[in-house]
Design a protein around this ligand. Sequence first.
Ligand SMILES: Nc1ncnc2c1ncn2[C@@H]1O[C@H](COP(=O)(O)OP(=O)(O)OP(=O)(O)O)[C@@H](O)[C@H]1O
Ligand SMILES: [Mg+2]
Length: 245
Amino acid sequence: MIRFDHVVKQYGKSNVRAVDDLTFQVGKGGVFGFIGPNGAGKTTTIRLLTGILQPSEGHVTIGGIDMAKDPIAAKRLIGFVPDASEMYDRLTGIEYLNFMADVYGVSKPDRKAHIEKYLALYDLEDAAGEQIRSYSRGMRQKLTIIGALVHQPPIWVLDEPMVGLDPRAAHILKEEMRRHADAGNTVFFSTHVLEVAEKLCDEIAIINKGSLLAQGTMEALRDDAQGTSLEQLFLELTEMEAVEE
Ligand SMILES: Nc1ncnc2c1ncn2[C@@H]1O[C@H](COP(=O)(O)OP(=O)(O)OP(=O)(O)O)[C@@H](O)[C@H]1O
Ligand SMILES: [Mg+2]
C-alpha cells in the first residue's frame, strides 16, 4: 500500500538529508510502527508519505499511485493525523468535523454516522458545540483524529497520535488502529512509546539520521537482537550510530 523508493529530502538549500535514500514498503492488513530519536526524520517521512512535502529525489507510491503524478488520488486514500495540527479556533467542534467532511465530499448520512459514533466514543459530545479555542490539548487531538478519518480512508497515517490523550482515549485509539488493520487496511504511525509499539505493531522500523537501521516484525527484530526488548534494541542501534561518529 505504501512504497518509498530511494527517497531523499533536503529542506530548502540545506545540505543535510533529513531523509536519506529511504526505501521500504508497507503492505495491507497491518499496523506499522515508526520509531527513532528526536530529529531522526519521522515527521519528514510522514509529510512525504502524505504528499505535504515533495521528495528531493526518489518516489513515493500510495496504493499503486505515484504521489508526484496524481497527488489528489493518492491523498484520498489517506487519513492523516499530524503531530501538531493547525485548527480553526473559531469553529465549533461539529463545524470543524463538517468542514473536514465537505473537503472529502462525504455524504450526509455517512458523516452523521461517523461523527456521532466517534464523538460518543471519545467522550466529546458535550464539547462538540463549543468553539475549538476553548478545547484542551487532548480534546483538540481527539477532534483532529475524528476529522482525519471522516472519509473512512483505507490508510491511516498518524504522527505521535497518543500524545495528549488520556489513558481511556489512548486505549480506544489503539483498539481502533488494531481493528482497522485487522479489516485489511493499513495503519502507519510514529511513536516514542516503545511499549505501545511493541504491543500494537505487526511491523516496526527504526530510523535514525534519515536512514533505516532496522525493519521487521517484532519477532524478527527480537531474533536479531537475541531476545532483548525493543527498548534495548533501540538503545543499542542508535548508540552504535552515535559512537561511530
Ligand atoms: N521545516 C524544516 N526546515 C529545515 N529543517 C527541518 C525542517 N523540519 C525538520 N527539519 C530537520 O529535519 C530533520 C528531521 O526532522 P523530523 O521533524 O523529521 O524528525 P522527527 O523524527 O519527527 O523528530 P521528533 O521525534 O522530534 O518529532 C531534523 O534534522 C530537523 O532539524
Ligand atoms: Mg516528529
